[in-house]
Design a protein around this ligand. Structure first.
Ligand code: SAH
Length: 196
């Protein structure tokens, strides 16, 4: 397939915010993702009390699943509406505070303390702000990143991972000439070279 057709495509943050505003969020899975259920053991590997990262989290219900299992969840998302909807839809009380290191960013944290969602661009984060993670659930994240930003995204993700962390990545396979994305087509060979 000719992946060149998507190489220069850019979806702006404004466009994402508009999608949330207009509820054009066909990517959201109300029942959660069956692949997380299927590969949960790979993510957890018998460990408990993990720190799990959700890049470009939207209002993914899997965050609630993992928190309910006793893990602590950190997400990042540019749409504040998505994050507010997440807490509202699960009837979770939360509080909001600024993030001193990132101008304009907010952290929305469940009152119980085990779900912390950053409202900012993922590119503003670093391990000194959010720490490192034992597991990553990457669904609708790498495939939503603009193709020109993939290397930057993956390099950042690598810096956010603990030594023995597991990274579950969901991609979609299709002919990139037939759909402009997102989600973008990220061939397996590129995933291998991105993550090294
Ligand atoms: N992972 C979620 C959402 C996937 S859609 C799920 O599985 O449902 C991609 C999300 O990334 C959108 O909600 C969009 O608002 C958000 N987003 C796009 N660019 C971003 C960026 N640079 N930083 C943080 N969030 C971003």
């Amino acid at each position: 397939a000719d992946i060149g057709s998507q190489k220069d495509r850019v979806v702006t943050e404004e466009e994402w915010l508009q999608r949330w505003e207009m509820s054009k969020i066909g990517f959201h899975k109300e029942q959660g993702h069956p692949l997380l259920q299927k590969y949960l053991d790979v993510l957890l590997n018998g460990r408990s009390g993990l720190r799990i990262f959700f890049p470009l989290c939207g209002k993914a219900v899997e965050m609630k699943w993992l928190a309910d299992m006793g893990h602590s969840v950190v997400g990042v998302e540019i749409s504040k509406q998505a994050l507010k909807d997440f807490f509202a839809e699960h009837s979770l009380p939360y509080c909001e505070e600024p993030v001193p290191e990132i101008s304009g960013a907010k952290k929305l944290q469940s009152t119980s303390g085990n779900i912390s969602l950053y409202c900012c661009s993922i590119y503003d984060l670093s391990s000194s702000i959010v720490g490192k993670f034992d597991g990553v659930w990457d669904r609708g994240a790498l495939v939503a990143v603009n193709p020109c930003d993939r290397q930057r995204y993956v390099s950042l993700m690598i810096t956010l991972m603990e030594k023995n962390s597991s990274y579950l990545l969901v991609t979609v396979s299709y002919d990139p000439n037939k759909h402009k994305g997102p989600p973008f087509y990220v061939p397996e060979s590129e995933i291998k070279s991105l993550f090294g």
